[in-house]
Write a protein that binds this ligand. Sequence first.
Ligand SMILES: Nc1ncnc2c1ncn2[C@@H]1O[C@H](COP(=O)(O)OP(=O)(O)OP(=O)(O)O)[C@@H](O)[C@H]1O
Ligand SMILES: [Mg+2]
Length: 258
Amino acid sequence: MLEITGLGHAYGAHRVLEGIDLEVGEGELVTIVGPSGCGKSTLLRCLAGLMAPGEGKVVLNGTPVTGVPDDLAVVFQDYSRSLMPWLTVRDNVALPLRRRGLGRSERRAGAAEALASVGLGDAAGKYPWQLSGGMQQRVSIARALAYRPSLLLMDEPFGSVDAQTREDLEDLVLRVHRSEGVTILLVTHDIDESVYLGDRVVVLARDPGRIRAELPVTLPAGRDQIGTRSDPEFVRLRAEVGRLVRGVAADLSEAASR
Ligand SMILES: Nc1ncnc2c1ncn2[C@@H]1O[C@H](COP(=O)(O)OP(=O)(O)OP(=O)(O)O)[C@@H](O)[C@H]1O
Ligand SMILES: [Mg+2]
């Protein structure tokens, strides 16, 4: 469903991404893990049609991405800038549904359902600035889910929530993925999370950002926080991804000592 070919980008003289080739199949949940600054957000912005990459192309459902595709939702890393402060939580979540051609009552019902699914049913009438950072990020997740996109891009979506909420939201993403069949590309710098959530883990190296490895995750689909994380296969995979990510760090210190 998503084909990325030879994607590269530089900001001025600073080369951020190089030679990214990646395919994501319909219904897959692919996680991308890599160190800070390796170009993860830049990559997602190119996929979402928010910026044009310097090189390469992105094709979604057979159509080259030139602007923001209709069937796509993004959960941004920076929650504090992604919600409209003058709209209530309910209206923030309902707003994109206009693009779906839904009537007012359907938009409100969709927003209520999505807010309930992230545990914020009671906050619908509040304004974003009346909520904590983690709650605001849950609102932006609810907004993306309410839209029912065929492709959901998530950029470190759980960075600002506490550990318990993080696990709950990870499981929410897995539930939505299973029940709605939505294709998800999720960026994280958390190695355990990349393995716990992914059908496949893509490890990025930095300077410039490029794909270092792709690992299929051969864990059973019905995952749970305690059972899965103690599964020997999970333990093996997280060590493998950890080694690859540390390899990235080793490259960096090598580069620094040259
Ligand atoms: N609009 C921009 N103009 C110039 N440089 C940029 C811009 N956006 C990002 N960069 C630079 O490109 C590099 C990659 O940034 P990007 O935000 O894509 O990384 P990231 O992997 O998402 O990092 P993090 O894990 O910290 O979110 C960084 O060095 C950053 O400073
Ligand atoms: Mg980022």
